[in-house]
Ligand binder design. Structure first.
Ligand SMILES: C[S@@+](CC[C@H](N)C(=O)[O-])C[C@H]1O[C@@H](n2cnc3c(N)ncnc32)[C@H](O)[C@@H]1O
Length: 196
């Protein structure tokens, strides 16, 4: 099969790596939720050889992810697993979770399931790193994010850019302590939680 391709993954992978590398320096195994094409997984696994990168996504994405991971032949990428956050979570021993550009695609009940699942999966001091566009105090962080949100909602009214404060609340309910907000290029953020 032709490998699926996302241009934004090529554009954002280096700034994301710069932030996550120090945050994952003591991690052994990272679960990625919503791996999409699989491009991030291959790049991050190659750049972070001391940990195992576990990709996951809904079933229909797995063949595309495999086409990237098999071509890369990277020893530290685990076989991708099916994980719909609203369904059964596979029994995985991981000490960190990474997810990019997922919460504005997921419906709100899926975002709730994401946080609850991450809270249950992570051991004490485990890290949750969430990349994407977010709103603060009900405001868009740019005109382009406002236009993006309108586009998302026209396509799927239950999707849309999520408010940081609501995510922080979900984190608290799931036993995740918010630690830091990293401002990223192109009006994105990387949010960092730690399991209590
Ligand atoms: C915009 S894509 C982002 C893909 C990739 N992480 C990236 O940054 O390019 C959104 C991803 O969220 C995933 N997703 C949506 N709903 C999901 C759910 N209920 N459980 C798990 N993943 C979900 C999609 O399958 C898709 O891979």
């Amino acid at each position: 099969m032709n490998k699926p391709y996302s241009e934004s993954c090529d554009q954002n992978r280096e700034p994301i790596l710069e932030v996550i590398q120090p945050l994952l320096n003591s991690s052994k195994k990272v679960l990625e939720i919503g791996s999409g094409t699989g491009q991030h997984a291959v790049y991050f696994a190659e750049q972070l050889p001391n940990l195992i990168w576990q990709c996951s996504d809904c079933a229909q994405y797995l063949p595309g992810i495999r086409s990237w991971t098999m071509a890369a032949q990277c020893a530290n990428i685990a076989e991708p697993v099916e994980l719909d956050v609203t369904g059964h979570w596979p029994n995985l021993a991981v000490d960190a979770v990474f997810s990019a550009n997922t919460t504005h695609i997921m419906h709100w009940h899926m975002v709730e399931a994401l946080f609850a699942g991450v809270g249950q999966l992570l051991p004490s001091a485990g890290r949750f790193l969430l990349y994407g566009p977010f709103n603060y105090n009900g405001c868009y962080s740019s005109e382009s994010n406002a236009r993006f949100d309108a586009w998302l909602k026209a396509r799927d009214p239950q999707s849309g850019i999520r408010g940081f404060e609501a995510l922080e609340m979900l984190g608290r309910k799931a036993g995740l302590e918010f630690v830091e907000n990293f401002t990223m290029p192109a009006n994105n953020q990387l949010l960092y939680w730690r399991k209590q």
